[in-house]
Design a binder for this molecule. Structure first.
Ligand code: FAD
Length: 325
């Protein structure tokens, strides 16, 4: 961890400060291809954009796709991200912008990237940057910056790159190097949003045989690095619940399994959503006095990493039946 002038604030290894913890940086493409490779061929239908869905009673739920085709589904698992039409149909509110945006990209070094295998954070005022090697040739990076509004949607990738480089003028030069080595079309800008699942106000995760998981259900800011992790946990827990219910062949058991999934997972994902939001507000501080305290007292002396990372410990009790099927 460094300040924007390059001064080291803290450096640690997990073995020393948080035994049992680790960071795994995985490219989204690699993760998705790996998961997809475990499915029977033709079980994924790509470019099938969902337009909306209609409850059909006993026969299932009717999905209407953008190309006009329709699918009658026995179970619908909505894992369609923060703008999920399924969550909308179930009555979830729009996500809320939290006041900061992120640029992300993958620096590409065809001859091999020059960085040590460690996570780097650099803190400024109202802005922070991170980078971590994800493969022998690729380095993932992000810039998180305050912005009163999400701003206009920019589609020209060269403008995105220019904006990202402008934000880190005067910061350690390796950042400029990584961004310069990022192909234009790999840079994205994302307004950061979340949705708090207040009990009594937010709908349950399932309605009949339709359930939402991942960002479609619990969009959270990335400040704890847990959004995708929670989406993966969701899928393991849901698979466990469904395995038993499906083998019973009873429709009501399926609906019950989906309800139980929502009840069990709420206690995990709601507190993480709130905590990620608070951590983001603290890390995006702009006030120079507060930033001085953060850099000189909090980060070097107060933060205890073991307890801070406790939330990443999640035991997936994967049932044998799920593994074998
Ligand atoms: C800056 C940033 C950094 C992050 N860093 C981390 C991190 O370090 N660790 C971590 O765990 N998480 C991180 N996250 C969060 C993570 O990216 C998300 O939580 C994760 O991608 C959620 O996965 P998902 O499958 O639920 O949704 P998504 O990844 O959004 O996937 C949704 C899918 O649904 C498809 N879809 C959308 N609409 C439709 C439609 N109408 N019809 C059909 N398909 C549709 C989309 O094409 C997409 O394939 C970060 C997020 C951001 C913004």
């Amino acid at each position: 961890m460094r300040s924007r002038d390059g001064r080291e604030l803290r450096s640690f290894s997990f073995e020393e400060e948080a035994p049992g913890q680790e960071v795994r940086a995985v490219e989204r493409r690699v993760l998705l291809e790996t998961l997809a490779s475990r499915l029977p061929s033709n079980s994924i239908s790509y470019l099938s954009r969902l337009r909306g869905l209609k409850k059909q009673g006993d026969g299932g739920t009717l999905l209407e796709l953008d190309d006009g085709s329709k699918i009658l589904a026995e179970i619908v698992i909505g894992c369609d991200g923060i703008r999920s039409p399924i969550a909308k149909w179930m009555g979830f509110s729009e996500t809320k912008y939290v006041g900061h945006c992120a640029f992300r990209g993958l620096g590409h070094y065809p001859e091999g990237q020059p960085f040590k295998s460690k996570v780097n954070y650099i803190y400024g005022r109202g802005q922070r940057v991170g980078f971590v090697p994800v493969s022998p040739t690729n380095v993932y990076w992000f810039i998180c910056f305050n912005s009163p509004s999400p701003g206009p949607r920019i589609t020209d990738p060269s403008i995105l790159k220019k904006e990202a480089l402008n934000l880190i003028k005067g910061w350690p030069s390796e950042l400029t190097d990584i961004i310069q080595n990022t192909p234009d079309d790999i840079i994205i800008k994302t307004p950061l949003v979340d949705r708090w699942l207040w009990p009594g106000f937010s709908p349950p995760a399932s309605k009949g045989n339709v359930v939402v998981i991942g960002d479609a259900w619990h969009p959270m800011t990335p400040n704890l690095g847990q959004g995708a992790c929670c989406a993966l946990e969701d899928s393991v827990v849901l698979a466990g619940k469904l395995a038993g219910a499906l083998s019973s062949g009873n429709e009501q058991m399926v609906e019950r399994a989906l309800r139980e999934f929502g009840e069990e997972r709420w206690g995990r994902v709601f507190p993480l959503t709130v905590r990620a939001n608070f951590v983001g507000s603290l890390l995006q501080w702009k006030n120079p006095v507060v930033c001085g305290l953060r850099d000189n007292v909090m980060i070097p002396k107060l933060v205890r990493l073991g307890p801070f990372l406790e939330h990443t410990n999640f035991e997936c009790e994967l049932m044998e039946s799920v593994v074998s099927s």
